[in-house]
Each structure stands twice: as structure tokens, then as C-alpha cells.
Design a protein around this ligand. Structure first.
Ligand SMILES: Cc1cc2nc3c(=O)[nH]c(=O)nc-3n(C[C@H](O)[C@H](O)[C@H](O)COP(=O)(O)OP(=O)(O)OC[C@H]3O[C@@H](n4cnc5c(N)ncnc54)[C@H](O)[C@@H]3O)c2cc1C
Ligand code: FES
Ligand code: FES
Length: 1037
């Protein structure tokens, strides 16, 4: 059937429906096709860079030779459509939906209250579904109890470790996923709608929506099997899939590759998540059909990895290898590499990201790669194809060469195995360890530094001798991974003791020097010191090294995975308690209830603004924001674009295009109105200058990203960017009267009588980015007689309404604003400040409840206590437990309030511990992507979060006596920061205890957020050195 039946067309299936496309732009991503060319709206567009998981779908590939289907999750925002010829795609609404009935995953997400705004939910469901399929499909040797999966609780939690959720705080999502696990203790699962008080464990299991792997896991339609290996017509699609190295070589030397800038070699295309494309390629060369490039081989001499092998495949292969007889060295290296690779990116990126792509990014563009460091550590060799032919060389040599040109191809990597030491003669032993401290322990964040160490050592009577040592470091602010050669030289041939280790540690700081401009350079150097200490310190005492088994076999891994153990079950989160007190006074109001429409959110059928089908001839806009704080805009130049983009660009809209009678207004607030567009000059970095309008969003985005804006700052005052500058220049803004504080009690008397007084203090708190998962989106549809229907993801439709009417100069009744739901908002989709002037209006006599204006003034009560551990070598905090008690008044739905409390608390953890909000010298926020802005993930939140929702107080003036639960609990996360501070204080006391370290005893300030560099810096960056000095200075016994 090869090619003939469908004439080289692109054929694939989505949710069982066959698609055959005769032509498509090769740069089209799967997500673009699903959402905008077809009408599969359940995968959402969140970040567009592989970092959030909102777009995750399942891809299934059929291998006719093995008659096997391979299923894996992918980020559809990065996956190119042409790479899916012959594949089947499943989206969350393909699993189940309103019409055909929901999948048990949807039902359990709904029943465990695991979805709030719902924007992340379909992606979560698909990440989990992928894990479920792989655990249960064709796995007859494992038989979990009926209704459960063979997946473990840990695997269930790990499956969603790369998906971001801003609302729920993850605990209920983890519970929904763990409810499928074979090893789950059902009593450990949290609040849900399925169980009643007093149900037995068996009854509870029986009440969960039933899961039947034999019918709930169909992914690849039969009809597609016969078309699974057909080839695309290369020229029609500009998509070349050579099937041999020779064909690839011919292609690279042909006219196709002549115009080198417009041809792209591609495998998983995940690299575009980091290096955003600002150009369109005319032709793509897909390497994945060349069998030689996808090989995975091993023998006792080493491992061969083809360049197109995905990171996930390599991990599975290395893990299998630990069961094969490879010798101690092979087993150890395989295990450690696999453990490290599991922390690279996230599951859905690893499933398509290739090893060769990663190494090419490292070699060509200086990407802070983990692979590169690992392969440098194990002294790998690589095979490459250049215009001169094939060449084999050390990875280290290739790293030192100039960047490969766009016609050079990485073919494979070989990891050589060393011969295990002769145990009888000298007990020589290879040790191999890798390290990657990162803001998120389970991956989904680049490491601050990564490292791979290999040493050949043997025990002697007077100590451990180092025969040879290889110390590879990367990602620390270096163009590529390097070896710490000074340290290696210093250690080679020595018998290790504390003094030699101390000297080596000093040398590390000479070798590992981050390039200028790298953030936290001293912290990164100190991490390098920590790794060396961790690796070698156990060897400084030969007796304990031998007795602890260091010379026996494969040791424990050093890559922190943040796991905890509960009994025999390994989990990320520990069982937590949720106690909700509810009132029966207005039954059923007051009962914990499932939110309406939540199953639809899980299946992805719930409609957000971007899911509304665009009307014919719809135009798309992308805003160009000012990068300067206070400057005149001299000009805006759209750059020359290739034809495909240029044809789609319509033009730009500026303040001059505001219709006559309208007003340049973009927001209303208590400070007055804010202009929609900058006029003669922009006032702050991030001010709106113009909107580029194009026929597609992609073209508008590319044009906006490449537009050049010229500024002029002559005779303009320097901008005010800090509070201190504002005070210096007496530039004050009058706040709204309702925010004025009223004195309570007699302040002077209180101070005079106080036992302890804070005479002066300074508190600096940064901003937090809203990071709602659904980007700001609006669809405006002009209607008859100068009217307009506006679908907006706004939290305040009433103000959106007024602003639009004023801007267009039309009466308010000409504008209709529709807001069905917002995919997160957190105040970020309101206006900049909430107007005070809102007046309650009794519209319909007594059918409309109008709260008394005083009902807005009440006190919220809540308390929390948190327990935190810190790793003084890396600065990594682990939040072991938090206990919250929170008064929601008389809750309307305690399940919703519980979700709000947990979600807000976790958002607070982000604020106090993780979310670094950095601006450049112009005040422009620069940590503005999933690569740089780290909201909490399942592995960075409180392990055990116990919450008690009090049903107290009867504030009769409020609607059914309820109180806000969405915002105030965020502040309770200050306990996590305080506990971290307490842990740091103990670490500093230890330093003092070691002697003459007075400065560490003084009071200290712990910045917000207390990210890893902050924690370690506050503990003392030279902790290791101080410790070693203490040991050296001790009189020997
Ligand atoms: C969200 C996210 C997080 C990530 N986190 C990490 C991390 O923590 N650590 C880490 O090390 N990496 C990380 N990565 C990088 C990831 O590993 C790489 O993007 C991936 O391995 C690239 O493989 P690919 O097949 O998708 O390459 P592509 O995107 O297809 O290609 C990448 C580049 O390499 C070129 N190329 C591809 N294959 C070859 C070849 N065989 N020969 C020559 N050139 C080639 C392409 O032309 C392109 O320029 C992350 C990526 C994402 C999206
Ligand atoms: S939208 Fe694809 S990962 Fe965020
Ligand atoms: S429910 Fe997860 S982002 Fe809103």
C-alpha cells in the first residue's frame, strides 16, 4: 500500500476520525491543526513552549513489523503535523465527552474537585492517561485489583509532574490520579463526592467511577494500520524524510539544501520551545525514518545511541540494561544516566525530544544541556556526518570545535564502558555520580549547574587513592560543558584526605567561573564545590568508605528526586487531612458539592474565548509593548518577512486609528483612566504601542516579535523605577480613600507600654506574576448598526464594557460583552485596580439580593504552621508539612472553599519561595516565560497539607454568612518562608559552633522569594570550606 493509495498525502487520525491532507505548511504544529484547522479544542494553548502541559495529547504509532502500538504524550504546541504521518492522536474529549459519556479519568477529576478554572485539566488528564495506557496496555503479567491500574501511586503522581496548574494546589489532582493506582491506600485519598462518612474501605473502592483497561484504553484505530508506513510526497509538503544515510547525504548536497538558511533538520522540534522561531523555513528534513539513527545497542564494551532516539526511549533502554549482564561499570553508568535523564524537561517533552537534537543545541547554540555534561562525564564519542563525510571523535573534541553548520548531522553517541577493576589485586573501583540542582527537583526546570563525575579509586591502608578522575560541569553560565582540569590534575594519583579535598575545593572555584551576566555566579560556583564535596568526602575516611559498601557495587543516586516514603509506598505527596465543617441550615447549600460543568472542563469541551470558532475573515492581533520606560516612540518598523507571512500581514493599529468620537482609553481605575495606546511617548516598559493585525495569529506574532521600535529619550526625565526613587523625587500617587487606614486604639500609649519595640525595620516584598494559564484573549465580532459583541476573558465584564464603548465612541448599549469563564485570573484579568465607586443597585425589587455596603468589611481568620527542611549544600527547601485552619464563615460549598484555600496557599508558596520576578534596568519584566518563571509544581509544594475549614460566625449581612476564601489564605504561606528562615538560623548556629564565625550569628534578612540561591547564600556560600577548615584545624587523635 506504500504511498500509492493516497498519493503521498499526509494521513492521520484524531479521536478515531481519519484525516487526509493534500497539502499543508510544513511549519504547522499539531496544536495549530487541531485547534484552528480542525475543531478539536480540548488541547489548550498555554505557553506555546513545552513548559505548561495545557496542550498535551496522546500520539499512538503503529509498528507493523511487531504489530505493536506505541503510545506517548506530546506537547502538541511543539510537535510538527508532518511528523505524524500514519499516527493516531487522542485528545481529552476523544477519551470521553458529554455525548458518549465521560472517561473514568474525567469522572474522578470531577469527583475529587481536581479542576477549578479548568484550563490545565484536559492536559493533565492526557498526561495521566498516557501513563495509564503504558502501565496497563498489554501488560498481562501484572494483575492489579479490579477497577485499578498496575500504575503505582508514585508513577501516577510523576505522570503530571510537568503539567502546571495555577488554581488547585495539585493535591486533589494527585488524589484523582492516585485513585487508579494499585498500591494506593484508599483511606489516604482526600475529600471527594463519591464517599459518605462511615463507608468501609471496600465500599469506597466500589463507589469510584469504574475503570476497565480493556475498554478504556483504545488508542489506535484499525483502519489506520494499513497506512502506517506510507511516505509523504516530499516536494509537495517541502518535508523530506530520507530513509538512509546515503539518501540524507544526497539531500544535503542537493539543491534542497543550497539555500541553507531556509532548510531545517528536525526530529522532535522541541528545540523551538527554547529558541523561538523568528523565521519560517521553506523545507524540513526529518531524520526519524533513518533506521541507523534510531538504534539503541549495548554490549559489554559500551552503549550506542542513535541521534534520533528520544530521551524517553533512552531512559527505558538504560533501565532495562541494569538487568542485563553488563558488568559493574556498565550497570552503574546505565542506572545513573537514566536517573539523571528522568529529570530532563518533562515527560511529554522527553517523549519526542531526541538526544541528537539536544546535543546539536548544545554544540551549536550553547544550550545549557544536561546530556552534554553527562556525555562529557562518561567520555563519550560521537559520530557525525559533514560535507567531508563521516567522522568519529570525542564529544569533548566536538564541543571545542566551532558550531556545526546546518548541513552537518550528528549520527550517534557511544558511551564506552571501562573495565571493572581487578578486585583481587587492588580493589580498584569506578565511581560515577551526576548532579542537577534545579528549582524543581523532578525536572521541568533547567539546572543551576549540572555535573557528572567519574573516578577510578581503590582503598589502601592509609586512605583511598584516586587513580584517575573526570569532573564535567555544565549549565553554570558557560558556552558549553567543560572539565575542571585543574582539580582533576590536583587529585590524580593522590591519597585522599580532608586537606587534599579542601585544596581541590579551592581549585573548583578557579575552574567553574560563570560568564559575566550569569545570575547568581557565586552560588553556582559554590554548588560545584558542594558536588565535589558530596562525591569525595565519603572517601576521605577509608574505613567508613569500605564499611559503608562504597566499594561493593552500584551506590545510591545523588540526583535528588524529592520522593518521600510513606510506609512501603513511595510517593511525592503524603496523605493529608481535609476537615470541612458544613452547615445544614440551608441544605443543600453548605454541602461539599461537585462544581457544575467540571467534567466538561476535564474533557476539554468547556469553551474558553479562544475555543470559539473564528468567524470568516477573522483578523488576529498581536500587541507590541514598549521595552523602554519613558521615551518618545520615533518609529515602528515591521521587518521584511518571507512571502507566506508577508501576505498575511494587514497592518498596524495605533492611537491614531481610534474612531472619531472615541477616546484613547484602555482601563478605568480609581486613579483615573489609562490610555489604550501610548501617544507621544510611552510611560513604562510594557506600555502598549501598536497592534499588528494579520490574517493568522501566527503571522501576527512573528511580525510583532520581529518589529523594530525606535525610541528617543532626549530631553525626557529619567524614569522612576523604584519606590526609593519616587520618594526622593516626591512623586506620590494618592490612593483611593477607602483604602485609608483607620487607627485602632491608642498607638502612642501602646508603644510606650510595650515590652519589645521594633524601632525601625525595612521590609521589601516583590511582585508576583499572575501566571493564569489561559492567556488574555478577546474576540470582537462587529454586528449590525455599529454594534459589537465582545467575548472576553475578563474578571470585570462591566468595566470592559464601559471601556470599549468609550474607546469606540458608541453608546454602551451598542456593546455586548460575554464572559463565559476565565481560565484563571487572580486579579490579572481585572483592571489594574478595583474601582471603589461601585454602587449596589436593586434592579428587580426583591428578587435580587443586594448586600449592605458594610458587608464588605469583615475580618477573615486563619492560621497556619509549616515545617521545612533545607539542604545546605544546594539551598533546596523541602516543605514537609503545613497545617492550615481557616474560617470561611458559613461556607456555601466547602469543597470549593477548600480548593480555594489550598490553591491560594500554594500560590503563596510560589510567591514566598519560588517565583522570581526580575526586571531589567528599564523595569521590564524578564522572567516572563515558563523557562524563567517557576510557579509551584507537584514536587515543590507542601508534602502533607492538612486543612481544616471552620464553619464559624454568622455574619448575617453577608450572603448566607460566607466569607472570602480565594485570596487571604495566600498570606498563610508566609509560614513556609518563616520556617525556612528558622532552618537557616540553625544552619548558621552550626557555623558559629564550628568557631570564629561571629558574623553568621547576627540577624539576617531572608529575601522573598527564598529561592535556592537565596537560601544557600543566607546559610553561607562557603559552608563546605568552613566545615573542612574545622576538620583540618582539629587536633588529630
Ligand atoms: C520545556 C523543555 C524543557 C527542557 N528541559 C531540558 C533540561 O532540563 N535539560 C536539557 O538538557 N534539555 C532540556 N530541554 C531540551 C530538550 O532536551 C531538547 O529540546 C531536545 O532534546 C531537542 O531534541 P529535538 O529532537 O526536539 O530537536 P529539534 O527541535 O528537532 O532540533 C533542535 C536543533 O537541533 C538540530 N538537530 C536536531 N537533530 C540533529 C542532528 N541529529 N544533527 C544535527 N542537528 C540536529 C535542529 O536542526 C535544531 O536546530 C528542554 C526542552 C523543553 C521544550
Ligand atoms: S502550550 Fe504546549 S506546553 Fe504549554
Ligand atoms: S484548574 Fe489548573 S490552572 Fe486552573
Amino acid at each position: 500500500m506504500e504511498g500509492s493509495q493516497r498519493n503521498g498525502n499526509l494521513v492521520f487520525a484524531v479521536n478515531g476520525e481519519r484525516f487526509e491532507l493534500a497539502c499543508v505548511d510544513p511549519s504547522t504544529t499539531l496544536l495549530q491543526f487541531l485547534r484552528y484547522h480542525a475543531s478539536f479544542k480540548s488541547p489548550k494553548l498555554g505557553c506555546g513552549e513545552g513548559g505548561c502541559g495545557a496542550c498535551v495529547v496522546l500520539v499512538s504509532k503503529y509498528d507493523p513489523k511487531l504489530n505493536k502500538v506505541e503510545d506517548f504524550s506530546v506537547s502538541s504546541c511543539l510537535t510538527l503535523l508532518c511528523s505524524l504521518n500514519g499516527c493516531a492522536i487522542t485528545t481529552s474529549d476523544g477519551l470521553g465527552n458529554t455525548r458518549d459519556g465521560y472517561h473514568p479519568i474525567h469522572q474522578r477529576f470531577a469527583g475529587f474537585h481536581a479542576s477549578q478554572c479548568g484550563f490545565c485539566t484536559p492536559g493533565m488528564c492526557m498526561s495521566f492517561f498516557s501513563a495509564l495506557v503504558n502501565a496497563d496496555k498489554g501488560n498481562p503479567q501484572v494483575s492489579p485489583p479490579q477497577g485499578f491500574s498496575s500504575l503505582t501511586s508514585f508513577e501516577a503522581e510523576k505522570s503530571i509532574s510537568g503539567n502546571l496548574c495555577r488554581c488547585t494546589g495539585y493535591r486533589p489532582i494527585a488524589d484523582a490520579c492516585r485513585s487508579f493506582a494499585s498500591d494506593v491506600d484508599i483511606e489516604d485519598l482526600g475529600l471527594n463526592i463519591f464517599w459518605k462518612n462511615g463507608d468501609s474501605t471496600e465500599t469506597k473502592a466500589g463507589k469510584l467511577p469504574p475503570y476497565d483497561p480493556s475498554k478504556d484504553l483504545v488508542t489506535y484505530p484499525e483502519f489506520l494500520k494499513s497506512e502506517s508506513i506510507t511516505r509523504l510526497d516530499s516536494t509537495r509538503y517541502s518535508w523530506f524524510s530520507p530513509v538512509s544515510i546515503e539518501e540524507l547525504q544526497t539531500l544535503l548536497n542537493s539543491s534542497v539544501a543550497e539555500n541553507v538558511g531556509s532548510v531545517k533538520i528536525v526530529v522532535g522540534n522541541t528545540g523551538t520551545g527554547y529558541y523561538k522561531e523568528t523565521q519560517c523555513y521553506d523545507q524540513y528534513i526529518d531524520l526519524r525514518r533513518i533506521p541507523e539513527l534510531s538504534i539503541l545497542n549495548r554490549d559489554r564494551k559500551g552503549i550506542e545511541i542513535g541521534a534520533t532516539a528520544t530521551i524517553s526511549r533512552v531512559i527505558s533502554f538504560l533501565n532495562e540494561g541494569t538487568d542485563v549482564n553488563l558488568g559493574l561499570y556498565g550497570k552503574m553508568v546505565s542506572q545513573k544516566l537514566a536517573q539523571h535523564m528522568e529529570k530532563i524537561a518533562n515527560p511529554f517533552v522527553r517523549n519526542t525530544a531526541s538526544v541528537g537534537g539536544n546535543l546539536a543545541m548544545a554544540q551549536k547554540f550553547g544550550f545549557p544541556s544536561d546530556m552534554s555534561t553527562l556525555f562529557l562525564g562518561v567520555d563519550a564519542t560521537v559520530s557525525i556526518l559533514t560535507v567531508r563525510g563521516r567522522e568519529k571523535l570525542k564529544w569533548e573534541e566536538l564541543l571545542a570545535r566551532p558550531a556545526l553548520d546546518s548541513r552537518s548531522v550528528l549520527l550517534s553517541v557511544r558511551i564506552p564502558f571501562k573495565k571493572d577493576g581487578n578486585v583481587l589485586q587492588n580493589f580498584s573501583k569506578f565511581l560515577f555520580e551526576t548532579y542537577r540542582p534545579a528549582p524543581r527537583p523532578l525536572g521541568s526546570a533547567l539546572a543551576y549547574v549540572n555535573a557528572a563525575f567519574l573516578a577510578d579509586v581503590s582503598p589502601r591502608r592509609n586512605g583511598v587513592v584516586i587513580h584517575s578522575i573526570r569532573l564535567a560541569f555544565g549549565a553554570f553560565g558557560t558556552n558549553h560543558a567543560i572539565r575542571a582540569k585543574t582539580v582533576e590534575k590536583h587529585l590524580t594519583g593522590k591519597i585522599l584526605n580532608v586537606k587534599i579535598l579542601y585544596e581541590a575545593v579551592k581549585f573548583v572555584k578557579l575552574d567553574i567561573v560563570p560568564e559575566p551576566g550569569t545570575s547568581y555566579p557565586e552560588y553556582r560556583s559554590s554548588l560545584a564545590v558542594s558536588f565535589l564535596f558530596k562525591f569525595l568526602y565519603p572517601l576521605t575516611n577509608v574505613d567508613s568508605a569500605v564499611s559503608s559498601g562504597l566499594f561493593d557495587g552500584v551506590g545510591e543516586t545523588s540526583v535528588e528526586d524529592g520522593d518521600t516514603s510513606e510506609g512501603n509506598t513511595k510517593t511525592i505527596l503524603s496523605p493529608a487531612e481535609q476537615v470541612v465543617e458544613s452547615s445544614t441550615e440551608y441544605y443543600p447549600v453548605g454541602e461539599p458539592m461537585k462544581k457544575y460543568g467540571v467534567s466538561m472542563q476535564a474533557s476539554g469541551e468547556a469553551v474558553y474565548v479562544d475555543d470559539i470558532p473564528s468567524p470568516p475573515n477573522c483578523l488576529h492581533g498581536a500587541i507590541i509593548y514598549s521595552t523602554k520606560p519613558l521615551a518618545r516612540v520615533k518609529s515602528v518598523h515591521l521587518q521584511h518577512q518571507p512571502n507566506s507571512i508577508a501576505e498575511e500581514i494587514i497592518g498596524i493599529i495605533t492611537f491614531k486609528d481610534i474612531p472619531r468620537g472615541g477616546e484613547n482609553v484602555g482601563a478605568l481605575s480609581q486613579f483615573g483612566t489609562e490610555p489604550l495606546f501610548a501617544e507621544d511617548h510611552c510611560e513604562y516598559a510594557g506600555d502598549r504601542i501598536v497592534v499588528v493585525v494579520a490574517k493568522s495569529q501566527r503571522s501576527a506574532d512573528v511580525a510583532a516579535r520581529t518589529t523594530v521600535v525606535e525610541y528617543d529619550t532626549e530631553n525626557i526625565d529619567s524614569p522612576i523605577l523604584t519606590v526609593e526613587e519616587a520618594v526622593d523625587r516626591s512623586s506620590f500617587l494618592q490612593g483611593p480613600v477607602f483604602l485609608d487606614t483607620e487607627p485602632v486604639g491608642d498607638f502612642s500609649k501602646g508603644m510606650a507600654e510595650a515590652d519589645h519595640k521594633i524601632l525601625s525595620a525595612e521590609l521589601r516584598l516583590p511582585s508576583e506574576y499572575y501566571f493564569y494559564m489561559e492567556p488574555q484573549t478577546t474576540l470582537a465580532v462587529p454586528d449590525e448598526d455599529n454594534t459589537m459583541v465582545v467575548y472576553a476573558s475578563t474578571q470585570f465584564p462591566e468595566y470592559t464594557h464601559s471601556v470599549i464603548a468609550r474607546c469606540l465612541g458608541v453608546p454602551e448599549h451598542n456593546i455586548r460583552v460575554k464572559t463565559r469563564r476565565a481560565g484563571g485570573g487572580f486579579g490579572g484579568k481585572a483592571i489594574r485596580n478595583m474601582p471603589a465607586e461601585a454602587q449596589p443597585i436593586d434592579l428587580q425589587a426583591h428578587a435580587y439580593f443586594v448586600p449592605d455596603s458594610s458587608s464588605g468589611q469583615y475580618l477573615n481568620y486563619g492560621a497556619a504552621v509549616s515545617e521545612v527542611e533545607i539542604d545546605i549544600l544546594t539551598g533546596q527547601p523541602r516543605i514537609m508539612q503545613s497545617d492550615i485552619i481557616y474560617d470561611c464563615g458559613q461556607s456555601l460549598n466547602p469543597a470549593v472553599d477548600l480548593g480555594q484555600i489550598e490553591g491560594a496557599f500554594v500560590q503563596g508558596i510560589g510567591y514566598f519561595m519560588l517565583e522570581e520576578y526580575l526586571t531589567n534596568e528599564d523595569g521590564l519584566m524578564v522572567t516572563n516565560s515558563t523557562w524563567t518563571y517557576h510557579i509551584p509544581t507537584i514536587d515543590t509544594i507542601t508534602k502533607r497539607l492538612n486543612v481544616r475549614v471552620l464553619n464559624s460566625g454568622h455574619h448575617k449581612k453577608r450572603i448566607l454568612s460566607s466569607k472570602a476564601s480565594g485570596e487571604p489564605p495566600l498570606l498563610l504561606a508566609a509560614t513556609v518562608h518563616s520556617a525556612t528562615r528558622a532552618a537557616i538560623r540553625e544552619a548558621r548556629k552550626q557555623l558559629k559552633h564550628w568557631g570564629k564565625l561571629d558574623k553568621y550569628d547576627s540577624e539576617f534578612y531572608l529575601d522573598v522569594p527564598a529561592i535556592m540561591p537565596v537560601v544557600k547564600t543566607t546559610c553561607g556560600l562557603d559552608y563546605v570550606e568552613k566545615y573542612l577548615e574545622t576538620l583540618i584545624s582539629k587536633p588529630s587523635t
